[in-house]
Design a protein around this ligand. Structure first.
Ligand SMILES: Nc1ncnc2c1ncn2[C@@H]1O[C@H](COP(=O)(O)OP(=O)(O)OP(=O)(O)O)[C@@H](O)[C@H]1O
Length: 242
């Protein structure tokens, strides 16, 4: 689905990403791990076109998104990609429900009725049916994050990008978000998430370890293995080589 070809990224004179290449296949679940400041978020934003790249290219189903003009790219992102951040970026003057449907109304791909139906379906799936009319300050962090996932899914994107989706959540809320991601991926959603949490990464099928702006290692889990154990072993070995 996404081919990342030798991308580099600099902010002014500082190079952050070096010559990164990899592929995200349809239905993949990729977790990006690595030390703080290694370039994980920059990688996510560079691949998704939220940030420009300095070199290389990103192909989304063969389309070179690195060459798109900003207005074309923002429409492309709105329709094809869903985004979830560590701190849910919801509008304060809208209810939870209105926040969820907003990208649907902006995209105008479906009628307002269909968008509302889709929102209700998603809220049911994420088990937050009852909170639609609430203000965003009247729900828990976990509920708000689940609402952000609904919002990210409202236009039926082809890929979901998440940046530390559980970073501000307690352990129960983290479990719920992890279960949601696992279910979405099982239903065919392609997912790429940046995470510090090995439990979240263990839900992925593939883990990229970024160090100093490069892919230092990549782990693909075989079917049926205890992923948490495998990942723990892999990360320990990796840290000892560091
Ligand atoms: N807009 C920006 N302008 C300049 N430098 C930036 C910008 N965004 C990120 N950086 C720098 O790029 C480097 C990588 O940042 P990035 O946020 O990608 O790291 P990360 O691996 O996601 O870190 P963390 O795990 O702490 O979130 C850091 O040194 C950061 O200071």
């Amino acid at each position: 689905m996404i081919k990342v070809e030798q991308i580099s990224k600099s902010f002014k004179d500082t190079q952050i990403l070096y010559n990164i290449s990899f592929e995200i296949k349809n239905g993949d679940f990729v977790a990006v791990m690595g030390p703080s400041g290694s370039g994980k978020s920059t990688l996510l934003y560079s691949i998704s076109g939220m940030d420009s790249i300095s070199d290389g290219r990103v192909l989304f189903k063969g389309i070179n998104i690195s060459e798109m003009q900003e207005n074309e790219l923002s429409r492309f992102r709105l329709i094809k990609m869903g985004f979830v951040f560590q701190n849910p970026q919801m509008l304060k003057n809208l209810s939870i429900f209105d926040n969820i449907i907003l990208p649907g109304l902006v995209a105008k791909k479906k009628s307002a009725d269909d968008i509302r139906k889709r929102a209700l379906e998603l809220m049911k799936q994420m088990e937050i049916e009852g909170i639609g009319e609430r203000d965003i300050r009247e729900v828990s962090g976990g509920q708000l994050q689940r609402a952000s996932i609904c919002r990210a899914m409202i236009n039926n994107p082809e890929i979901l990008f998440l940046d530390e989706p559980t970073g501000s959540l307690n352990s129960a809320a983290t479990d719920q978000v992890m279960a949601i991601l696992e279910n979405l991926n099982r239903d065919g959603m392609t997912i790429m998430t940046v995470t510090h949490d090995p439990r979240v990464a263990a839900k992925a099928r593939k883990v990229l370890y970024i160090r100093d702006g490069q892919i230092a290692a990549c782990k693909e889990f075989s079917v049926g293995v205890d992923r948490e154990r495998e990942l723990d072993k892999w990360l320990k070995g990796f840290h000892s080589r560091a």
